[in-house]
Design a protein around this ligand. Structure first.
Ligand code: LLP
Length: 446
């Protein structure tokens, strides 16, 4: 037995077992080699709250938010609630000085219940219902982002006081991402195209209703964007559109909302969007575009979701079975799957997985971590290296599951959605409780 066997933490000094680019800021192995997040051993969380569980590191979330505010000085940061939203998360967002973007009546209600100042809420959605628009107006949200002409009519009909609005446009900037999340190009459902007169028509309609206060333009070019230059291109096109609106209507728009989509790494080697470079690009593109159009500099808003919530989250699963099929693949089946993480089957997403309850020093083997659902494609991670002695009862942690996991979870196979457990300074607290069979039956009217 070597010293490293007795003190596994010694080994961490050389190469961290939990890559800090991917795991939460507070992730570290404890003295028995188990994974701790927020000062809490994940094994204790499994004991107390059962599995699967979404574990959210409040410190990680807050530090990412602070990093945004520091790197993007003078730029308003509005957190995208669609990535992860609970009332506690809304409170963290408020305390870190960010606004929240919501895109449904449900997200609006949770943001408000979490104490968000309505003036700092941006309401999105390509198919907002009249009820949702009414609720947003009544709540007094700071901005409503118009995504269709019928919305203009609804808003003008229901608004009782002047409502600031933005118009969402598609600048035709192609981020070459997965088609499901390519939102900045023309041939998809969001926004108004700058070409073909569509955005111009939306502007005309909004300006026809004095109760609507057109303050700016919005765009969201896509997801997992690593190249800041794409935001620079969007700025150039949007400032040109704003100059056009000034020429046609004599109206000067003062706000430019660039949406979110800032990339984070999920597996070692993935690139992330560099915030300092983004700040420089925004600055330079604004300077150049405003100078070219002789247009006054608008205030800039960004809406990051994943880059703030993604790495704060770890999903904790219990291993249910390990089997090697005659084809040669070894499947490690866990007690969750596509109901708590649909991203693998939707986008072919890849994840980093680690043994969480102990440190295994023996050999590793290549396995597929599979879910519990009735589909062959229900996988969490394919061809990942995990300890060869992995066995039922072990705990696996999957990194980067803070964004678009809890918010995209389903009840497929009538499996209840996992608890969301917040951790901080050695304490764990349920932010959202696990969904029970009783919850599922409660909605069934017989
Ligand atoms: N603003 C708007 C208007 C958006 O539509 C989105 C994301 C964001 C901001 C935040 O984007 P983020 O910074 O989080 O990338 N379910 C997919 C992601 C869909 C994102 C949709 N819109 C996924 O799991 O990758």
């Amino acid at each position: 037995m070597t010293l490293l066997d007795i003190l596994p933490s010694l080994g961490q000094a050389a190469t961290p077992r939990f890559d800090p680019a991917i795991w939460p800021i507070t992730a570290h192995p404890d003295e028995v080699g188990g994974l701790c997040v927020g000062g809490v051993p994940l094994a204790d969380i499994a004991d107390e709250f059962a599995t699967p569980a979404y574990v959210i590191d409040e410190t990680d979330f807050r530090r990412r938010a602070r990093r945004y505010r520091k790197a993007l000085r003078g730029i308003q940061v509005v957190y995208a609630g669609k990535s992860l939203l609970t009332t506690a998360v809304a409170r963290w967002v408020r305390e870190e000085g960010m606004g929240i973007d919501v895109c449904s009546g449900g997200e609006l209600a949770v943001a408000l219940a979490g104490g968000t100042d309505p003036a700092r809420i941006v309401m999105h959605g390509n198919a907002k219902s009249p009820d949702e628009l009414r609720d947003a107006l009544r709540a007094g949200v700071g901005r409503i982002v118009v995504d269709s002409c019928i919305e203009v009519a609804y808003l003008a009909g229901v608004a009782r006081r002047r409502q600031p609005v933005l118009i969402r446009v598609t600048p035709d900037v192609d981020v070459h991402g997965h088609p499901a999340v390519a939102t900045g190009v023309s041939d998809q459902k969001f926004g108004f195209t700058l070409t073909g007169g569509h955005a111009a028509e939306a502007v005309r309609r909004v300006l026809a209703h004095p109760i609507l206060d057109l303050v700016g333009l919005h765009c969201h070019i896509g997801s997992q964007v690593t190249d800041p230059a794409l935001y620079g291109e969007a700025i150039r096109r949007l400032i040109a559109a704003m100059a056009d609106i000034r020429a046609r209507h004599g109206v000067i728009l003062t706000e430019l909302n660039l949406g979110g989509g800032h990339a984070i790494p999920y597996v070692p080697g993935d690139r992330e969007l560099d915030l300092d470079q983004l700040a420089d690009t925004i600055e330079d593109a604004l300077d150049a575009a405003c100078a070219a159009e002789h247009f006054p500099r608008p205030s800039v808003v960004v809406e990051p979701g994943r880059a703030i919530s993604g790495r704060a989250g770890v999903t904790l699963y219990r291993v249910c079975s390990v089997k090697t099929q005659s084809g040669g693949r070894t499947f490690v089946a866990v007690d969750g799957g596509m109901s708590d993480n649909p991203r693998v089957s939707l986008y072919g997403a890849r994840y980093t997985v680690a043994l969480a309850n102990r440190h295994a020093l023996g050999p590793k083997r290549r396995v597929t971590v599979a879910g519990r659902h009735c589909e062959a494609g229900d996988e969490i991670a394919r061809d990942v290296e995990l300890p060869a002695d992995l066995h039922p009862g072990d705990l696996l942690a999957v990194a980067c599951t803070g964004a678009y996991h809890h918010s995209m979870a389903s009840n497929y196979n009538l499996v209840g959605r996992p608890a969301v457990v917040g951790v901080r300074d050695g304490r764990a607290r349920e932010l959202v409780r696990r969904e029970t069979v009783a919850d599922l039956l409660a909605r069934d009217r017989g």
